[in-house]
Design a protein around this ligand. Sequence first.
Ligand SMILES: Cc1cc2nc3c(=O)[nH]c(=O)nc-3n(C[C@H](O)[C@H](O)[C@H](O)COP(=O)(O)OP(=O)(O)OC[C@H]3O[C@@H](n4cnc5c(N)ncnc54)[C@H](O)[C@@H]3O)c2cc1C
Length: 442
Amino acid sequence: MNTITLSTKDYGSFDLAVVGGGCTGTFAAIRAARLGLKVAIIEKSSCFGGVATNSLVGVWHTLLDMDYKEQIIGGLTDEVEQVLLKNGNARLENTRSVGICFDPNAMKVVLDDFVVKSNIKVFFCTFYNSLVMENGKIDKIVVGNKDGIGTISAKFFIDATGDGDLCRDAGLESYVADAIQPPSPTAFLSGSIKNDIGKLIVEHGAEFGLDDDWGWDARVPGFDDVTFRADFHIFGRMCNNTEDLTAAEIEGRKKIYALDALLKKYDDPKLGVLALCSQIGVRETVHYKTIFTANEHDLLMGKSYDDTVMKGTYRVDIHHQHDNGITFKYLNGVTETFYGKSNRLVLGDWRQDEGITTPYALYYQIPFEILVQDKVSNLIPVGRMLNADDGAFGALRVMVNLNQLGEAAGVAAYLALDENKAVTDICGKKVQELLRKGGSLV
Ligand SMILES: Cc1cc2nc3c(=O)[nH]c(=O)nc-3n(C[C@H](O)[C@H](O)[C@H](O)COP(=O)(O)OP(=O)(O)OC[C@H]3O[C@@H](n4cnc5c(N)ncnc54)[C@H](O)[C@@H]3O)c2cc1C
């Protein structure tokens, strides 16, 4: 058998290494750095934001409660929104579908600025590869970048890779939902569309290999005639393995350009794709077990906890894997399922079905224990790999929610190091107190 010997460089030692610079990981890193930790963030692409930037998804949901009266989400989400709005890079809508709509390119610059001001060591274009464990703890991680292969040492680690790459390598218990929410290719389209795109796809999609699939779009702020488009899903692909991810990227781009050709032929030859996502939008892959499992019923009933670290109102939102539909369930009971481009709607009321007559909850809550696993004492998993049933995942997976959990992870890392404790011994109420001191409304 041949052995490969790798010579690795030393890329430094830190209090905290955050792997994955989506909004979740970025906010974790900033909160920890603001509390005084020496923080490194490792991101495989060239910018922060993850799906918000590389997949062009420029929508954060409302920070207000169900009645639009009380602000329930603050912290870094609010700080970043204020900058985007002040600079004219975002539009405030405050509806159930859209809180603010922002320009993903501007988001990259704003996040850069927040991170640079927090004195965080940034490793862009750096891919986390593997880890080295010692006595039940992660000692260092191995990364690859333009400088070669190297190690980053830290006392504490946050896995914000979305897919839980560190959790996988540390041997944490995982599970996969029966019907994972499928990924979507996204793009910016330039030009004024005369027709209803959904109708055009229903009428002519087959000619271009396009399905009658549910999708959505949003006008990009700051431009008269640029729309964000997420018209299609790629079914049957599990995007945490390279073969499926590669196939999904190729199939996704093909679908976007099939739409481009359809629109040029049947709407206006001047319409065209202005930008393709640099990474397909991945909704769900694998989940990792933590002490607390979020479940749809408690979530939608607004169950409260002593150590709440996240509040939200975003509806349960499940993109079907098998029938081109999407289901929404709201705190107030409304249940909607839409099918295909015609948006055929089936309405219901889950509260009525369950015979619930008490007033609906104005928001839901999640306790600190959703971030706590008991296998590795210096690791917190945070992001879309979270531990939840299908319905709770459908609600929690959006950015205004994961942003808050990211902040909680950063604060918890600080407490673990300050008090020399394993992650299982961190006091959730102390995390909550520090979050509040830093501007969160939990
Ligand atoms: C098409 C689509 C539309 C959506 N619409 C909305 C919406 O309108 N509003 C909303 O709030 N949410 C929306 N969501 C959901 C939301 O965007 C995601 O659930 C959320 O961004 C996930 O956050 P995350 O931090 O877990 O993952 P990500 O945002 O994917 O961030 C993970 C980061 O880790 C990096 N990374 C991964 N692996 C490695 C590695 N090995 N080494 C180094 N870096 C690594 C990635 O490059 C990425 O930057 C949408 C999702 C999709 C796919």
